[in-house]
Design a protein around this ligand. Structure first.
Ligand SMILES: [Zn+2]
Length: 355
């Protein structure tokens, strides 16, 4: 088969058409800075989170050295919610992203006070746009640019403490829904702005669609309507739902793929969560593109390159048949992961992922 560009390969996998090779992706974020500068200092954390061109430089450099098929724009979870008054805090070590500090919503009445944000100026959303523009200028569509953007209900748990959102789901439903409406418009506008800046897809963080966090009924009520609206209103980009939890709601996410044209896949920790890759391929592999295969918490972080290769071989054998498979870790790369392991993942992906 004629060699495809990374974008053609990635899109073929999403559409269950046969690519030349299994596309390879990873959630690198600030971890990729180690390739440009080692050791990092705390100023790097801050700079990475607020300077899109710096972020793009790190992303591009990592791509050139390590390879793979995506340029993934990932920083901390404050990009949107800082626009609603959330304060960030810096981690004790410089290769960890900034974390949420003080929240913007605490009382039920605060949900109503949220205004729709403008992705061009509010929070640190312009950082992502700057990064996408810089990468698009350099790669001109040959490698798909992805953005890490939280869903509406996930964003709600970034603007308010998680426990507060869980309580408001039970006791302050009307107030919470007013907030979700504003958040949904903001998330949708942000995604469209990313798309216009050059993003081809999002890893859409449906991190609360996991059964140990919410019930299916709760997610149907507080997650699904907003997710579907966002997919519908962002027609010119693809979405892959990312779930960090241990019991991702495949039932709901596979329905997204049936009901929409652009929500095509799921990314999850197949080596630790339920279902594993084999079961997911059997039950949902015809409907959903599965983005998984490598254990980011164990193998990539503490294994040897030979362990990584073994896992990649196993993942390709399990899931590449019939397309609909992207080789990836299950979530953010552990900052202590040896460089050799990332290189081994890409090398093995090319070796075992040929169609
Ligand atoms: Zn995750």
């Amino acid at each position: 088969m004629k060699e495809m560009t990374s974008t053609q390969r990635f899109e073929a996998a999403l559409k269950h058409e046969t690519p030349d090779m299994v596309p390879i992706s990873y959630f690198t974020g600030i971890y990729q800075m180690h390739w440009m500068k080692d050791p990092l200092v705390w100023q790097d954390t801050v700079e990475y989170g607020r300077n899109g061109e710096y972020m793009a430089r790190a992303t591009s450099h990592f791509h050139k050295v390590v390879g793979g098929d995506t340029l993934y724009i990932l920083s901390d979870v404050g990009e949107i919610v800082q626009g609603w008054g959330v304060r960030m805090k810096i981690a004790d070590v410089p290769d960890i992203h900034m974390a949420l500090g003080k929240f913007g919503v605490n009382e039920p009445g605060d949900w109503e006070k949220l205004d729709v944000l403008d992705p061009m100026i509010d929070g640190r959303m312009p950082t992502y746009l700057d990064a996408a523009i810089a990468l698009d200028k350099e790669y001109k569509g040959s490698v798909p640019i992805g953005v890490d953007v939280p869903s509406t209900i996930t964003t709600a748990t970034h603007v308010a403490p998680m426990e507060t959102v869980m309580i408001h789901m039970l006791t302050e439903q009307d107030a919470l829904k007013k907030g979700l409406r504003t958040i949904c418009t903001t998330v949708t506008d942000f995604l469209n702005a990313c798309n216009k800046a050059g993003a081809f897809y999002s890893c859409y963080l449906t991190t609360r669609a996991s059964k140990e966090i919410t019930t299916m009924e709760q997610y149907e009520e507080f997650g699904v309507p907003y997710d579907l609206e966002t997919f519908k209103k962002t027609p010119s980009m693809y979405h892959i739902c990312h779930v960090c939890g241990v019991e991702p709601m495949f039932e709901i996410i596979s329905e997204y793929a049936k009901k929409t044209k652009n929500c095509r896949g799921i990314s999850w920790w197949d080596r630790g969560a339920q279902p594993n890759l084999k079961v997911a391929k059997e039950k949902y592999g015809d409907v959903l593109c599965l983005m998984a295969g490598v254990d980011h918490t164990n193998t990539l972080a503490t294994g040897t390159p030979a362990d990584v290769e073994k896992e990649v071989e196993n993942a390709c054998k399990t899931a590449m048949k019939g397309s609909g498979f992207i080789l990836a870790g299950g979530c953010d790369i552990n900052p202590k992961s040896p460089k050799e392991n990332m290189e081994a993942m890409v090398k093995a992906g090319r070796k075992y992922g040929k169609y």
